[in-house]
Design a protein around this ligand. Structure first.
Ligand code: LMR
Length: 349
């Protein structure tokens, strides 16, 4: 018994000694003690959620941005990317950003048009003729004007990124003329302008969310969709819809956005690094997005069961005339001056 009490007493004295030593020298056994670990604890993490595959213009540019920012800040900021909608999807990513549950997202601008109707100007069919026009508008003062509109939603608009021109994919017969759409169910993003394209062609637009699209195609719920080659290829939509028509009738691009409270909480030097990294990543995006779509088109061309057609010039001109009411509605219901401004910007080369 005496031995037991003596042992317990000595253990207690040793423990008190250890705690006293740790307090005196600022050591806490629950925290890492080596300097590198301490540095990691100070690291700021940006969680960046998006819905597409990594091998796409958005997926690759997000990776580029993460690398650039980590380099520029010597690892003080780490960007963790969640692709393929593994964190949030079309229906909840914007709320997650506004609430600060995630620091960055990059939805297509079409998906922002219910919140910001003026943005649907970018969805107008056959507004843009070349990727250079797209870059001049999105990376120039017009794009900046659009991004500034995000301020009222606690969102810092960082940049627009490009994916490319959209094409038409069908499961039944190929689309060679506007009349081929009659009676089809066509998946289009939730933008009034995009939906109107298909009602004008007597089809029914369906706003399926991107993460559910493959399953809906498997269930044969949809006959057609508009999308870029990189999305069609990376998500395997061509396995279920095998007729591709090159129409280049509209563009798909992204608004890269950060939670504004989070951005404002960064020290000024880190804010500057974020802007530098985003600008470099954006330039990289415009340089590489077309190449990525071209490469995926080549891969599709090698598949014997995928049939690729190109819309004739005459039919394209016919579509442009048929789409005129969409422009008229934009002018009347949303903004005539905005449309004039963008047209001026496009022709200003
Ligand atoms: C779509 O829903 O088809 C696109 O917005 C997906 C994307 O983000 O490229």
């Amino acid at each position: 018994m005496r031995l037991y009490i003596t042992t317990a007493f000595i253990t207690l004295i040793v423990l008190i000694g250890i705690i006293g030593y740790q307090q005196q020298f600022g050591l806490d056994s629950t925290l890492p003690t080596d300097e590198e670990q301490g540095g990691l604890n100070d690291q700021i993490v940006i969680n960046f959620s998006h819905i597409v595959a990594e091998n796409t213009p958005k997926g690759q540019t997000a990776i580029k941005f993460a690398e650039l920012l980590e380099q520029k800040t010597d690892g003080r900021i780490r960007v963790v990317i969640y692709p393929n909608g593994m964190l949030y999807n079309d229906n909840n990513e914007l709320n997650a950003l506004e609430n600060g549950d995630v620091e960055m997202i990059a939805p297509s601008f079409s998906k922002m048009t219910n919140t910001l109707p003026t943005w649907s100007v970018l969805d107008l069919p056959y507004l843009f003729n070349t990727e250079e026009d797209v870059e001049r508008v999105l990376a120039g003062p017009f794009g900046e004007q659009l991004l500034n509109q995000l301020g009222r939603f606690n969102i810092k608009g960082l940049a627009f990124w490009n994916n490319g021109f959209k094409q038409i994919l069908t499961s039944g017969k190929p689309i060679l003329a506007s009349g081929d759409f009659k009676g089809l169910k066509v998946r289009a993003m939730p933008s009034k302008v995009l939906q109107q394209q298909f009602t004008l062609f007597q089809a029914t637009p369906v706003a399926t969310s991107f993460d559910e699209l493959y399953t809906e195609l498997e269930k044969k719920e949809l006959n057609a969709q508009e999308n870029t080659i990189s999305n069609i290829y990376s998500k395997g939509f061509y396995k279920l819809q095998k007729n591709l028509t090159i129409t280049n009738h509209g563009i798909l691009g992204y608004a890269v956005m950060m939670n504004e409270d989070f951005y404002n909480s960064l020290p000024t030097d880190l804010q500057e690094k974020v802007i530098e990294a985003i600008n470099e990543a954006t330039a990289w995006n415009f340089e590489h997005s077309k190449q990525m779509n071209d490469k995926d088109l080549e891969s599709l061309q090698l598949l014997s069961d995928v049939h690729i057609n190109t819309l004739s010039n005459e039919e394209q001109q016919r579509w442009q005339k048929l789409f005129k009411p969409i422009y008229d509605d934009y002018r009347k219901q949303i903004s005539e001056t905005f449309l004039e401004e963008i047209e001026k910007e496009i022709n200003n080369n």
